[in-house]
Write a protein that binds this ligand. Structure first.
Ligand SMILES: C[S@@+](CC[C@H](N)C(=O)[O-])C[C@H]1O[C@@H](n2cnc3c(N)ncnc32)[C@H](O)[C@@H]1O
Length: 235
C-alpha cells in the first residue's frame, strides 16, 4: 500500500529494525522518565501528545504538537474583534494559547476535541471556554454561540486522514456556524490544500494559501477557506 500520510510513514519507520530498537530503548529509558515529568511544562505536553498518537495514529495525525511558529501563523488574522472563534481538534491547546495571546477572550472560544483525555485537560486549562468533546463532523445544528455567528474557525484536524464524506461534514458544520465574511483556517504538511478542488467547488468555497512555516516538525502550510462571492452559495 502506498504511504501517503505522515502517520503512515512514521508507523512504517517504527516497524524497521532500527525503529524497533529505538522503541525498546524508549520503553526502557525514556518512558519512565517521561512519566515522571508528565504534567510538567512542555515535556509533559509532548508526552501526552505522543501517547495519544500511539493509541490512535490516524486520528491524532501528528507525532508532535504544532510549534508556536505554526500557532502564530494560523491565528495571525484573528484578534479580539474577530468575535467568537471555534477551534477544531485542539489537542494540547497550542492554537488555543495563541488565540488567547491574540486577545480572543476565553468566553468566546469553543474548543471541539474528540479525544476525551485532551478534552478533560482543555476544560481544566481553559475553564471559561466551551469545550465540546465530539466529532467535528457533527457541528451542524445547534449554534454554539446562541445564534451569534463565529468570526473564524481554526482547524487542527488531520483532514487528509479522513474520508471525503467526513471532510464535507466538517466543512458544512463549520460554515453553518460561521457568519458572513467569516474564515476557516487550516494547516497541512503537504504542498496542496487538503480539501480537494471538487469539494471546494461543490461547497462554493475558495482556498488561499496564507503562509509556509518551516519552524514546525514537519514544515507546514496554512490555508484559508472562505465562501465564494459569486458562486451560488451552498453554505
Ligand atoms: C494533528 S492534532 C492537532 C492538535 C493541535 N491543534 C496542534 O496543532 O498541536 C489533531 C487533533 O484533532 C483531534 N481530532 C481528530 N479527529 C477529530 C474529529 N473528527 N473531531 C474532533 N477532533 C478530532 C485529535 O484528537 C487531535 O487532538
Amino acid at each position: 500500500m502506498p504511504l501517503k500520510t505522515w502517520p503512515d510513514m512514521a508507523e512504517a519507520c517504527l516497524a524497521t529494525p532500527i525503529g524497533l530498537r529505538l522503541q525498546r530503548w524508549r520503553a526502557r529509558l525514556v518512558d519512565p522518565l517521561a512519566r515522571r515529568l508528565a504534567g510538567q511544562g512542555w515535556i509533559g505536553e509532548y508526552w501526552r501528545f505522543y501517547q495519544a498518537w500511539r493509541a490512535d495514529p490516524k486520528g491524532i495525525g501528528a507525532v508532535l504538537p504544532s510549534s508556536p511558529a505554526l500557532a502564530a501563523a494560523i491565528t495571525r488574522d484573528i484578534g479580539a474583534a474577530t468575535g467568537p472563534v471555534i477551534e477544531l481538534g485542539s489537542g494540547t491547546g497550542v492554537f488555543t494559547r495563541a488565540l488567547r495571546a491574540r486577545g480572543v477572550p476565553e468566553e468566546t472560544l469553543a474548543l471541539v476535541e474528540m479525544d476525551a483525555g485532551f478534552a478533560q485537560r482543555l476544560r481544566r486549562d481553559f475553564p471559561h471556554a466551551q469545550v465540546c468533546c465530539l466529532d467535528a463532523a457533527r457541528l451542524a445544528g445547534d449554534p454554539l454561540f446562541y445564534g451569534r455567528g463565529a468570526g473564524a474557525v481554526v482547524c487542527g484536524l488531520p483532514l487528509l486522514n479522513m474520508p471525503l464524506r467526513q471532510q464535507v461534514g466538517i466543512l458544512r458544520g463549520a460554515f453553518s456556524q460561521l457568519r458572513a465574511g467569516g474564515a476557516f483556517y487550516l494547516f497541512t504538511y503537504g504542498p496542496r490544500c487538503p480539501v480537494p478542488r471538487r469539494v471546494l467547488d461543490r461547497l462554493g468555497l475558495r482556498a488561499t494559501k496564507r503562509q509556509t512555516v518551516m519552524l514546525n516538525v514537519p514544515p507546514a502550510h496554512v490555508w484559508k477557506l472562505t465562501r465564494r462571492r459569486t458562486a451560488r452559495n451552498v453554505l
